[in-house]
Design a protein around this ligand. Structure first.
Ligand code: HEC
Ligand code: HEC
Length: 89
């Protein structure tokens, strides 16, 4: 005996799984991560102790028009760590 309500529920669950899988995959891969090298290691510590907003204040020390210019396509230059994730949790 087919039960139409259960069938619809299964379809909705299937759809939800597909959407979740898509959301899970897309964002982390789309933007480059902050390298875990000598330049950036201090900020991994600072994020842990003082938070992202405190660490971001120092990004522009190197990432500025004179030293390491952004590409012309680079979006908003505030809140670096909102888009660029750290390599490790
Ligand atoms: C001491 C100088 C310095 C500081 C401060 C610094 N960076 Fe960098 N950053 C570099 C250099 C040099 C590179 C390019 C070489 C490399 O990959 O390490 C780089 C590369 C990057 C990349 C990789 C881009 C790519 O193409 O993969 C990201 C993302 C980045 N930095 C984000 C940040 C953020 C966010 C901060 C602030 C928390 C920050 N940086 C602070 C020097 C710095
Ligand atoms: C609104 C999201 C967003 C914010 C905020 C942001 N970035 Fe980016 N950034 C990107 C994207 C998208 C790219 C291009 C694709 C990539 O390399 O990941 C990029 C590229 C870069 C690159 C590689 C070189 C380039 O210009 O393409 C560096 C270095 C970088 N960002 C550093 C920073 C720093 C430092 C900050 C803060 C001052 C910052 N980003 C803020 C999204 C962002």
């Amino acid at each position: 005996m087919a039960n139409p309500i259960k069938k619809r529920d299964l379809l909705l669950i299937g759809l939800a799984v597909i959407i979740l899988a898509f959301l899970w995959q897309a964002p982390p891969e789309s933007t480059s991560r902050v390298p875990f090298d000598d330049d950036h290691k201090p900020y991994y510590e600072l994020v842990k102790t003082d938070g992202k907003k405190a660490a971001e204040k120092f990004c522009a020390d190197c990432h500025n028009e004179d030293d390491l210019p952004f590409s012309a396509e680079h979006p908003s230059k505030s809140r670096c760590l909102f888009c660029h994730k750290m390599q490790r949790p």
